[in-house]
Design a protein. Structure first.
Length: 703
């Protein structure tokens, strides 16, 4: 899909603008593991998607594409941690390619050349390009840079042209996914009966008393559970106990900690570098050259927090001064030099409540506006803004009280930005603001600020020296060399006073062992090279050397009792306790009589405003069955049967039941149901398609 014939290279600008964030949008999920060493297997397949084998070579090719994009976007070679995400991203991208391509073809979805032109140089430039092509002084999108970039690609190498064409494909795929998701989300519809039911669920109110008897009212020793009963429970509930390939290991950690001599050397070095930073005229170059931390020279825009190590140790920050060294909670020493202070693009902070009106008729929009004005009046009368946002907001900010964070005027559509930046004080804007998205109630939380800082930072890690590492390695290597099996592993550990640590149910794709980070090589050994009872060589982790032994390896399928014993034991024991509790309160005529059976453990409470759509019972916790039972009672004074919830036994007494009244129009409930469903549609479709594709992942054998 070559787009622009005269597209070649431009000096000083990375051609790879396929933003890592774009792929994140396409595939979602966490993405980048250490260990870039790739080993083949006899089949040379890393998995299977929709019945199609995925070869090692195809997977590597996708990894290389994303790796190159990462390098172009960040200007650096990916680290071991980055490579884990890149591999995950490549795998998810393959799933998307193979699963969704057939969907696009079946629906006739395409991206035309004019549409793609508009995405990269027209009025609707994709966000990834806008983020890459910014004016370094203002931090805003610079169209002149884009034009220069596209024109100068005429002189680019064939490799660079091919890479840009790959970016075009990525942009096109992203647009196809948006079209597909929008097609599905806009196909959602809720009937009037569903709207009526939603109204009933939200407005039916019960006044109840509830007795809660927790399972610990019966002691564990009073309940006997056999292995046969546990196995029968697993067999009956196989879907609850599906597991992937897993293993149980034991290991000894030879920790890498700095010695006293190591600490003294780091302190001396950071003190020397701090003094040199104070006297140098090339702050940025010096910090970049000498710091071990991320962001050695940073610009902090208006509203952005300065480094905590600086603000927590310095009350009055002065331009040109150097502060430190300070010891951080990450076991590093850090010093800062405030290079400059200047006025940048104004940024402010606000919160909003969006009442969506996109795609609605004039009558429907009028109803939405009327509802928004009602909520605005409630806030003016004292309703907490964050509470109102959580209850009424119809975008992602509702979950954080409507907070939009710090933003520049150009970040928002014009009516919203004009209203926000016109405010002269913090607090509520006493009118609705209409935009293409709907109606907004806006609260200004911070007035515009312009102050920006440039800060140079020197950071040195307080870690073990080479001499200390060598000493610890010799101890670990000696232990491994003299340990040939699991029995010797235990005996030698006891003899040397070493602590054996267990790691159970370790997933074949795991990167960590308990709290040990980046332990992928140990896990690969357990699944590829080890046999039960064998002892590993010494593995070097970030802060330790590890010697491990494989206890057991489990195949994918239903979990064995050993894998889930603790979890199943709790379930079966609680089921038995439930029957004992029910038997003990059987025949009691009132909640008070039932409580008297367990006077110290049970609780008797009242909920005068219990809603049918609730799932949490106050003072008890998640109890949907009990709430449903409450609304199933017919008459005041009726008492439910004992209800078995995950937390214990609950008995409900109905005092009064106020059914939801009839209203003339349930359309607002219909719209809210439709909106809620449409927001989940894309994710649910993705999960469903992946399940139908029956994805099989064998990458743990390679990486």
């Amino acid at each position: 899909m070559a787009l622009i014939k005269k597209i070649r290279q431009r000096t000083g600008l990375a051609i790879g603008v396929i933003a890592v964030g774009l792929i994140f949008f396409l595939v979602g999920g966490d993405i980048l593991s250490p260990n870039s060493t790739l080993l083949g297997n006899s089949r040379n397949y890393v998995g299977e998607i929709a019945g199609e084998d995925v070869s090692y070579e195809e997977y590597i090719q996708k990894i290389e594409q994303i790796k190159l994009s990462f390098q172009q976007s960040t200007g650096r070679t990916p680290s071991e941690a980055d490579m884990y995400s890149i591999r995950e991203q490549a795998w998810q991208a393959l799933i998307v390619d193979k699963v969704f391509a057939k969907q696009y073809e079946a629906l006739g979805l395409t991206v035309s050349d004019p549409e793609l032109v508009d995405m990269v140089q027209g009025k609707n430039i994709v966000a990834e390009l806008r983020q890459q092509l910014t004016n370094p002084q203002t931090g805003e999108f610079d169209r002149a840079q884009l034009i220069s970039f596209l024109q100068s690609l005429e002189t680019a190498s064939p490799e660079q042209v091919a890479f840009w064409e790959q970016q075009e494909k990525t942009f096109a795929n992203a647009r196809l996914r948006i079209k597909y998701d929008n097609l599905l989300s806009t196909s959602e519809y809720s009937t009037s009966k569903e709207g009526k039911l939603e109204h009933k669920m939200a407005n039916s109110v019960a006044d109840v008393d509830h007795l809660f008897i927790p399972f610990y009212a019966i002691s564990d020793t009073a309940v006997k559970v056999s292995d046969d009963e546990l196995k029968a429970y697993i067999t009956k509930n196989k879907d609850k106990f599906k597991v992937k390939n897993a293993a149980d290991l034991e290991y000894i950690s030879f920790d890498l900690l700095p010695s006293g001599e190591d600490s003294a050397a780091v302190i001396a070095e950071i003190t020397k570098l701090t003094e040199e930073l104070r006297n140098t005229a090339s702050d940025s170059a010096f910090a970049i050259r000498n710091s071990q931390g991320n962001g050695p020279f940073m610009t902090y825009g208006p509203g952005e927090d300065l480094p905590a190590t600086l603000t927590s140790n310095v009350d009055n920050i002065v331009v040109g001064e150097t502060y430190g060294p300070f010891l951080t909670n990450r076991s590093t020493y850090i010093s800062h030099k405030v290079t400059s202070k200047f006025d940048g693009t104004p940024r402010m902070r606000a919160a909003h409540i969006l009442f969506s009106a996109q795609g609605l008729s004039d009558d429907a929009k009028a109803e939405v506006r009327q509802n928004a004005e009602k909520v605005l009046k409630e806030i003016q009368d004292g309703l907490n803004f964050a509470t109102a946002a959580a209850q009424y907001g119809q975008d992602g900010t509702a979950q954080r009280g409507g907070d939009l964070g710090w933003f520049a005027k150009a970040d928002f559509v014009e009516p919203f930005a004009e209203a926000a930046f016109a405010a002269k004080s913090t607090g509520l804007i006493n009118r609705l603001v209409e935009t293409e998205y709907g109606y907004h109630i806006i609260s200004i939380t911070e007035l515009p600020k312009t102050t920006s800082y440039k800060i140079a930072t020197i950071e040195l890690e307080l870690g073990p020296s080479d001499a200390t590492r060598n000493d610890v390695f010799r101890r670990a290597d000696s232990f491994a060399a003299n340990t040939g099996n699991a029995g010797e592993f235990t005996a030698n550990a006891e003899k040397d006073g070493l602590r054996i640590i267990q790691a159970n149910n370790v997933d074949a794709f795991a990167r960590n062992l308990n709290n040990l980070q980046n332990a992928r090589e140990v896990i690969r050994w357990a699944f590829n090279d080890a046999s039960e009872g064998s002892v590993s060589p010494v593995f070097e982790l970030d802060n330790a050397y590890i010697v491990a032994t494989l206890k057991t390896r489990y195949e994918e399928g239903t979990a064995t009792l050993d894998q889930v014993r603790a979890q199943v034991l709790v379930q079966v024991r609680n089921d038995k306790k439930a029957e004992i509790i029910k038997e003990k309160i059987n025949g009691k005529a009132s909640l008070e009589e039932m409580q008297a059976v367990f006077p110290n453990e049970s609780s008797l409470d009242k909920s005068p405003d219990l809603r049918l759509n609730a799932s949490v019972l106050p003072g008890v916790g998640f109890a949907p069955r009990a709430i449903g039972a409450a609304f199933g009672l017919k008459n005041p004074g009726d008492i439910s049967k004992p209800i078995h919830e995950d937390v214990g036994i609950i008995v409900i007494k109905l005092n009064t039941l106020t059914p939801a009244g009839e209203i003339a129009d349930y359309s607002s409930y219909q719209r809210q149901l439709t909106l809620n469903t449409s927001q989940r549609t894309a994710y649910m479709i993705m999960m469903a398609l992946e399940e139908l594709a029956d994805v099989k992942d064998y990458r743990y054998k390679f990486f």
